[in-house]
Design a protein around this ligand. Structure first.
Ligand code: 6PG
Length: 274
């Protein structure tokens, strides 16, 4: 299902802003702390449902980039029970993928397929899996970039505007597969790259910061004590030390959904989202 896309609006939008407005907008974000993981996933499912119905009402489709790892599995399972979502209008992408085939235990696609996609009436043509079975990771990234460009009908130099970019947070402050001290952190032109991650001795395929930051809504889902220090760093306005601190939507909503364990190191201001 082709769709109009592109960010000429954003570019002119950016140029129209005064520096302080841009800074203030960049610093606007919502931090919601939920008592338990169950409440966290319920809040995320409610947001997904609300964003989805607005997007479908507005443009006839809901473009979502899913995150991987273990945290979102519970959200995907909960979403699979929702019959009020227009599943045939939802277009699924992935923010990142491991360099493995789709049936591999570590595949983000496999996890989402098992927990959600196999259980709801999505249209197969609306599921855009990263072709990570491709032996050459750079080729996989290039193919996915082109597929994304084609879907959003992007002019050269333009970035897609996902209705929802779902992201997680690693204990080292990475998000998607934008890991500390990796080349992808400096990529400002490509949409999707193959990123060599030394500590795993493998490539990951990942969307880049410009794509994340052109989203209409970035929603982080963070659970557990092991994320507390990374979250504190991520919400520190002055920090650029962790990759995730560079996720700042240019013209979109930034929503942090975190549970009490993950929020246990936050300051009072950070808990207020200021
Ligand atoms: C991945 C994810 C990654 C994830 C974080 C948190 O491919 O692993 O996209 O960015 O969100 O590593 O993972 P957990 O939810 O497993 O803690």
């Amino acid at each position: 299902m082709a769709a109009t896309g592109g960010t000429s609006k954003n570019d002119s939008f950016q140029k129209s802003l005064q520096p302080n407005q841009a800074l203030r907008m960049l610093s606007q974000r919502e931090v919601r702390i939920l008592d338990t993981p169950e409440h966290l996933f319920q809040a995320a499912a409610d947001e997904f449902e609300s964003l989805g119905s607005k997007a479908i009402q507005r443009s006839g489709r809901f473009t979502v980039a899913l995150s991987g790892g273990s945290t979102p599995r519970s959200l995907y399972s909960l979403l699979s029970t929702k019959t009020s979502i227009g599943w045939d209008r939802v277009c699924f992408f992935w923010g990142d993928e491991r360099h493995v085939p789709p049936d591999h235990p570590e595949s983000n696609y496999r996890m989402a397929h098992e927990a959600l996609l196999a259980k709801v009436p999505v249209r197969p043509e609306n599921v855009f899996r990263i072709p990570a079975e491709e032996p050459d990771a750079a080729t996989a990234a290039a193919r996915y970039e082109q597929q994304t460009r084609d879907f959003f009908a992007l002019a050269p130099g333009r970035f897609p505007r996902f209705d929802l970019m779902l992201l997680g947070l690693g204990p080292d402050g990475h998000t998607a597969s934008l890991f500390p001290n990796t080349a992808a952190l400096n990529e400002n032109n490509r949409l999707v790259v193959a990123n060599w991650v030394e500590k795993f001795n493998t490539h990951r395929i990942t969307m880049t910061f410009p794509v994340l930051n052109h989203s209409a809504c970035v929603m982080f889902l963070v659970s557990g004590k092991d994320k507390a220090l990374a979250l504190k760093e991520a919400l520190d306005h002055n920090s650029v030390s962790v990759p995730v601190a560079r996720v700042r939507p240019l013209d979109g909503r930034l929503l942090w959904l975190v549970d009490r364990e993950a929020a246990s190191s936050l300051s009072a201001d950070q808990k207020r989202g200021t």
